[in-house]
Each structure stands twice: as C-alpha cells, then as structure tokens.
Design a protein around this ligand. Structure first.
Ligand code: KG4
Ligand code: ZN
Length: 346
C-alpha cells in the first residue's frame, strides 16, 4: 500500500522529473539549493523531421529516463533513499511523452514510500526564478514567454497568479519557430533566429506584436509572422536582395520589445519592485538585455533564470515541486497525464 509520510520537512530533498516534450530531464534540489541537473535530449533526432515527432519523443524518454535519473542522483552525491519527494511534470505536453516520466516517478515514489508531486510544466517555468535567488518571495510581475504561452502575470503569492494580459493568437516562441522555418533555419528555431539576428540590423519595417487601441493588454504574433512571410516572398518575387539577418533582427525587436515594455509598465502600475520571467524565449539574449536595462531604468529588480533553466529542464520542476510540497499538495498514484491544463492551474 502507498501511504507515504507527508509530514513537512522545511528543506526536503526533491527529485524533479520532466518529459513533456523532447528533453528527458532529472534534477535534485535540497530546499532551494540545486544539487544536480541532467538532460538527455532527442532534439538532434527530432531535427531530421523539422520538429518534434511524438512517437519518437516517447520512445526516447523510455530509453533515457532511468539513465537521466541515475545521473542526477550521482551528480547530487546521493542515493535514492535520501529523497524526501518525487516531483514530476503531469501536463501540459505530449501525452505519450508525459506518461513515461509520470509512470517512472510513480514507481520510484511508491518504492521509496515518499510523496509524489504533480507539477504543471508552465508553473515549473515560472518557478525557475526561485533557483536564482534563494530569498526571492512574491509579490512580483512575471513575464511568461514559451513555445505555447505568452503572458504577463501578477505573481501575488507562491500559489496565486493573476493574468494581466496575454497573446490573442500565437505564442512568442511559436512565432520564433515559424519565422525560423521561413528563413530556412533548422529546428529548434528560436535560438537559431537569435544567432542570425546578431549579424543583422533592425531595418525591416515590421508591426510590433501588440494589439493597438485595445482596452486590454494583448499581444499578437500572427500579424508579425505574416509580415515576415510577405517581406521574404515579395523580395523573392521582385528579385530584390533581402538580408535574412536583418529580417531576423527586425523580427526579434518587434517580437520582444512589446513584452519588455508591457512587463515593466505592469510592475510600475502595480507598484511592484521585482520582475521575474520564465519560459524558453527568456533564453533570448536580446530579451534578457532589454528587460534587464528597462528594469534598471525603472528602479525595478529583475530576476532571470539562467539561460539553461529557461528552456525545458527538471530543476524548474523540482523548484515548483518544493512550492507544492510546502503547501502539502501531494498526488496519489492515480495521477494521470494531461495534454492540456489551464495556464497556471496547480
Ligand atoms: O518554454 P519552452 O520549453 O516551451 C514550452 O514549454 O511551451 O520553450 C521552447 C520555445 C520554443 O518556441 C523556442 O523557439 C523558444 O522557446 N526559444 C527561443 C530561444 N530559445 C528557445 N526563442 C528565442 N530565442 C531563444 N534563444
Ligand atoms: Zn517548456
């Protein structure tokens, strides 16, 4: 029978497991101290197909999950019997991929008789900031920019978020990926657009990713994406020279500047003096620089996860696992994988 001890230890050792997309990852934390973080990625295999093939992802997770957990325990210098809980991504993501990590986590939690914690992947991205500063406490304003979501949030407490505004169509990361394809760049697209953008200038006129004259704060990436496609096709048809590096750089400005501007505006309006951020797009160097500078100018502290903890990893899952652990939110062995869950649902 599975009846783990759920008495709260203020600094538990938690193993995090992540398998929602193409990275199989495991990490160990002790309180907010990160002891290890390991990733085995199937991205190179996926790149051959231009994106993530769910079946390949599930099979790759099956082959990698035991190995990645062993590596994480070894790097942390502990054996599994020192673990106080196992935290695992249960959604959102590819169902077959999620089930691999989830089933492994259940087996491990059961065999060790320790609590199982189900983590919302996006809440994991948001919790990555807690690994940067061990004393970081809400309230703050948080910019979420990932492959599936784009929003500015008011993080009112560890468990209470208010969405201040978001995208009305594509997510920022999705737009980076689509623009990468238009520019002939390989998967994963976002980092390749950034690389190309470094060689270019912001000289191509493109619409900013913001809905104008809206009473609500709304981002929009579909018009920007279409404008990039049109710029490339028109130049091709007219036989004109168009620097793809300039397109990448101009796109990056149009995609990122409104996110930075609105995040800082929200913090100022709410009188909040800390800004955090999470999600794969936060690995973007231009976004990091502009957000850091805009916050500095406004006298706001900006706490950004290290680049490697912006894209998918298990350290962030362990970090959110700690929040859920301290709140006493434990799962049963009946916890199921969910392809879609509300943005910030627990
Ligand atoms: O946050 P994430 O894991 O996605 C979701 O959980 O939904 O991040 C993946 C996204 C992809 O869309 C990828 O293109 C984008 O993050 N990304 C970047 C960079 N690195 C990853 N976008 C812009 N610049 C980067 N350096
Ligand atoms: Zn992610």
């Amino acid at each position: 029978m599975y009846a783990p001890n759920t008495k709260i230890n203020p600094t538990p050792i938690i193993l995090g497991i992540e398998s929602s997309c193409d990275e199989t990852a495991a990490a160990v934390i002790c309180g907010r101290e990160l002891l290890s973080s390991q990733i085995i990625s199937s991205a190179t295999e996926q790149a051959k197909y231009g994106g993530v093939v769910p079946e390949i992802a599930s099979r790759a997770h099956t082959e990698a999950v035991d190995e990645v957990v062993n590596r994480a325990l070894k790097e942390a210098g502990i054996t599994a019997n020192k673990l106080g809980a196992v935290a695992v991504t249960y959604g959102a993501g590819l169902l077959g991929a999620l089930l691999v990590g989830l089933s492994f986590a259940k087996g491990l939690a059961y065999s060790l008789n320790v609590p199982l914690i189900g983590v919302n992947h996006i809440r994991g991205h948001l919790a990555a900031a807690y690994l940067v500063d061990k004393d970081l406490k809400p309230p703050f304003v948080t910019l979420l920019a990932s492959g599936g979501h784009t929003a500015v949030l008011h993080t009112r407490s560890y468990l209470d978020f208010k969405v201040l505004g978001g995208t009305c169509d594509d997510a920022a990361g999705e737009a980076f990926d689509k623009v990468a394809r238009v520019l002939g760049l390989s998967y994963p697209g976002g980092a390749n657009v950034e690389r190309l953008a470094r060689e270019g200038q912001n000289t191509v006129k493109l619409p900013a990713a913001l809905v104008k004259n809206s009473t609500r704060m709304q981002f929009s990436y579909s018009g920007l994406k279409t404008a990039v496609i049109n710029a490339v096709h028109n130049a091709e048809q007219r036989g004109e020279d168009l620097s793809y590096a300039d397109v990448a750089c101009s796109f990056q400005h149009a995609a990122v500047d409104p996110l930075v501007k609105k995040t800082v505006e929200c913090a100022k309006t709410l009188g909040v003096d800390v800004v955090t951020a999470g999600g794969g797009v936060i690995a973007n160097g231009y976004l990091r620089d502009t957000l850091t500078k805009a916050c500095q100018k406004a006298g706001i502290r900006c706490v950004l996860p290290e680049k490697k903890f912006c894209t998918d990893n298990a350290a962030m899952i362990a970090a959110e696992g700690l929040t859920q652990y301290l709140a006493g939110n434990f799962a049963t062995l009946g916890l199921n994988a969910c392809a879609q869950i509300p943005l910030i649902g627990g």
